[in-house]
Design a protein around this ligand. Structure first.
Ligand SMILES: NC(=O)C1=CN([C@@H]2O[C@H](COP(=O)(O)OP(=O)(O)OC[C@H]3O[C@@H](n4cnc5c(N)ncnc54)[C@H](OP(=O)(O)O)[C@@H]3O)[C@@H](O)[C@H]2O)C=CC1
Ligand SMILES: Cc1cn([C@H]2C[C@H](O)[C@@H](COP(=O)(O)OP(=O)(O)O[C@H]3O[C@@H](C)C(=O)[C@@H](O)[C@H]3O)O2)c(=O)[nH]c1=O
Ligand SMILES: [Mg+2]
Length: 303
């Protein structure tokens, strides 16, 4: 046998798509089964997929990510976000392979007034956060070789995210109203993927690479309102729609799930253990809006 096989779950998601686009060494094969081939909500599906395959590392960014819907679909959220990771952790332990699992700032309740460290107390405000916390516990308990990467406020040019929502609404409305009392760290799906790649390669190269829980977000912090304003500025600069953004309180934008007032994450640990240096969140907003402003290949005329 030569070379390594890496399983990426959720290959159609924001982080999964960027993992598939990373440049991987020639001796690494990345497998990204569709949900009907590997369903985290089904132990049988997971067992069947692994039965015929040798895998050297599991990267699990798949999740039930609809924060408000999770409040009324607690069972589905826990199946994908906790039971699925528990089954993956069993396999990782049995095969003595590393499991890289992605988690969230929403495990915190936001009561601290500084960036959260990895060991700060968790206390999720909603079902999504609770299900992700249960997933963390399962991975920690089940897979001796694991990295739990907590990230936040993920944006990219793909799938659904807050940046794309703001661009869509700017084209439809004269003004946006966005909460200015929730503080966090906008983070690029591509930068998360690059970080997961770095950690996966470290674990493939060295069976005793660091295990544990790590925070990764882009550098700096803002509010959802601040992020919306940055999106408008970038859109305007690229000739796209831009409208004024009015700051409002969370109380004036009722949502099914409560969200933390502060979910800023500190990144000192991943910087020192893995040498990762996150770039400023403003850079990624500019990059993503710029990507979205390019004419799509399909619409280009062949002349
Ligand atoms: N989005 C965010 O702002 C944040 C996300 N995170 C975490 O980061 C990770 C990646 O998030 P992101 O890329 O935004 O997620 P997306 O919502 O973009 O994608 C989710 C992925 O998970 C897959 N999936 C969902 N349920 C199952 C299942 N039962 N079995 C197999 N696959 C499933 C989806 O497949 P399909 O295409 O079929 O739906 C999709 O590929 C998640 O763990 C999330 O909790 C952490 C902080 C912030
Ligand atoms: C669309 C919109 C939202 N908001 C508010 C609602 C909410 O408090 C905040 C963010 O809204 P969203 O629903 O887009 O974001 P939300 O779903 O809370 O995003 C979260 O997703 C999960 C998966 C995570 O893990 C978190 O890190 C975080 O990124 O902005 C406004 O104030 N005005 C608006 O027009
Ligand atoms: Mg959402």
């Amino acid at each position: 046998m030569s070379g390594y096989t890496v399983l990426v779950t959720g290959g159609t998601g924001q982080v999964g798509l960027e993992l598939l686009r990373q440049s991987w060494p020639a001796d690494v094969t990345v497998l990204a089964p569709a949900r009907d081939q590997l369903d985290l909500a089904s132990g049988d599906s997971i067992a069947a997929w692994f039965a015929s395959r040798e895998v050297h590392c599991i990267i699990n960014p798949a999740a039930y990510t609809a924060v408000d819907l999770a409040e009324d679909n607690v069972g589905a959220a826990f199946l994908a976000n906790a039971q699925g990771p528990a089954w993956l952790a069993d396999i990782a332990r049995q095969r003595d392979i590393p499991l890289l699992h992605v988690s969230t700032d929403y495990v915190f309740d936001g009561s601290l007034d500084r960036p959260y460290h990895e060991e700060d107390p968790v206390s999720p405000l909603g079902a999504y956060g609770a299900s992700k916390l249960a997933g963390e516990l399962a991975v920690r308990a089940g897979a001796p070789r694991h990295v739990i990467l907590r990230t936040a406020w993920v944006i990219s040019a793909q799938r659904n995210n807050f940046l794309k929502t703001m661009l869509r609404l700017a084209a439809e409305r004269p003004e946006l109203s966005v909460v200015a009392d929730q503080h966090g760290c906008p983070t690029s799906a591509r930068d998360i993927a690059a970080t997961l790649r770095t950690i996966a390669l470290a674990h493939l190269a060295d069976g005793s690479a660091p295990s544990g829980t790590y925070h990764f977000v882009n550098d700096g912090s803002t509010t959802w309102h601040g992020l919306a304003e940055a999106v408008m500025a970038a859109s305007r600069a690229h000739g796209g729609a831009a409208v004024p953004v009015r700051p409002i309180a969370s109380a004036d934008f009722p949502t099914r799930a409560r969200r933390p007032g502060n979910s800023r994450l500190g990144t000192a640990k991943i910087r020192s253990d893995f040498g990762i240096a996150p770039r400023p969140w403003q850079d990624i907003v500019e990059q993503i809006v710029s990507e979205l402003s390019l004419p799509s290949p399909k619409s280009e005329k062949l002349t």
